[in-house]
Design a protein around this ligand. Structure first.
Ligand code: MG
Length: 377
């Protein structure tokens, strides 16, 4: 097969409004304001043969415009490249922006492009991305997060949990980490009583405890048989997480805030978590995600990728150890397709690539866009 070439790149900045302002522990401790929207960077890549790939990156609160601006600066370097050589193309973009580093906003800008290239490659092969990567399963255990936030009164959290279970979602996660730990314990006990002992249940403190509070809370909730305690400590406190993981029976999960493979390596080497929670858009795309997933598997860790189920379902399906995927319906309006949940699991779509097309509504929420065309540099 002759090499195909990239002839057109479109980058769009899209603002997704949320139905209600969202609060986790970071809001209750006064560090952040409630979240009202999410900024997306979409990359759409077209080749000379007319093949097409779509990828996205995102930012909650600040950072979206910076991701878009960086992608716009380096995007023209894609023209004329063979889209199959993803690692090589990624390096070209990395070196173009080397001055601003290999983590954070700089590589999150590249993530949208990298994910579009993987989508394109899988479509070219006529395979769902999970199959292109090498899948271990056709469905992945899934749990709901969106129903368990701290702005929601406990009756609403319970009703949303029941709805999730009815919808075929297998586990329930609730937010904790409030300034009053007793209130966290009351909400946790109420949810456990509501859903019963057999439903997998997780808690997420969003980094808001110190080491002593996390240990005390962890000991107090061992009886709940939680699947994991998520982000008990600051995201960069690998040593603290390692001590906690060693002291508790309940598994420790973290990693969603880290923005590079190098940062995850530190976590893995410190034995800081039982369950690693990388986020492909945040670590720079699928290419770096696969590198750290290989390291995590080698270290014997479980995987529960953060957010963006539309991408992570495929990546989780291709992880050797039985993973979890996080259910958030927030991104649904951006796409024409919906993911199916059944018997506690999310079904990997059989459509080629990631299996998503951008909706008309997504186009309407576009606040800025730019195009690069071969021959029109
Ligand atoms: Mg989390």
């Amino acid at each position: 097969m002759a090499a195909d070439r990239i002839r057109h790149v479109s980058l769009s900045s899209v603002t997704l409004p949320l139905d209600v302002p969202i609060s986790d522990a970071k809001v209750l401790t006064g560090r952040q304001k409630p979240m009202t929207e999410i900024a997306f960077l979409f990359a759409e890549i077209t080749t000379e043969e007319g093949r097409q790939g779509t990828g996205f990156s995102y930012s909650k609160r600040a950072g979206g415009p910076a991701q878009y601006a960086h992608a716009k600066e380096v995007g023209a370097n894609l023209l004329g490249q063979d889209p199959s050589d993803i690692g090589k193309v990624y390096d070209v973009l990395l070196w173009a922006g080397a001055s601003v580093g290999r983590s954070g906003v700089a590589t999150q800008a590249l993530a949208a492009i990298d994910i579009a290239l993987w989508d394109l490659k899988a479509k070219r092969a006529g395979l769902p991305l999970a199959k292109l990567l090498g899948s271990y399963r056709d469905s992945v255990r899934t749990y709901n997060t969106s129903g368990g936030f701290l702005h929601a009164p406990i009756e609403e959290v319970k009703a949303r949990a029941s709805q999730s279970l009815e919808d075929g979602i297998g586990g329930i996660k609730i937010k904790v980490g409030q300034p009053d730990t007793k209130e966290d314990l009351r909400r946790l006990a109420a949810v456990r009583e509501h859903i019963g002992d057999d439903v997998p249940l997780m808690v997420d403190a969003n980094q808001q405890w110190d080491r002593a509070t996390a240990l005390r809370f962890g000991r107090a909730v061992e009886e709940f048989g939680l699947v994991w305690i998520e982000e008990p400590l600051d995201a960069y406190d690998a040593e603290g997480h390692a001590q906690l993981a060693a002291a508790l029976d309940t598994p420790i999960a973290t990693g969603e805030m880290l923005s590079s493979v190098a940062e995850h390596v530190r976590l893995i080497e410190a034995r800081a978590a039982d369950i690693i929670q990388p986020d492909a858009p945040r670590v720079g795309g699928i290419t770096p995600f696969l590198r750290l997933a290989a390291l995590a598997d080698h270290a014997g860790l479980q995987l529960a990728p953060h957010f963006a189920m539309e991408i992570h379902l495929h990546l989780a399906a291709a992880y050797p150890r039985e993973p979890w995927v996080e259910h958030f319906e927030w991104l649904n309006p951006l796409f024409d397709e919906r993911l199916e949940t059944r018997d506690g699991r999310m079904i990997v779509p059989d459509r080629p690539g990631l299996g998503f097309t951008l909706s008309e509504q997504c186009r309407k929420w576009t606040v800025d866009s730019v195009e690069f065309r071969a021959g029109a540099r």
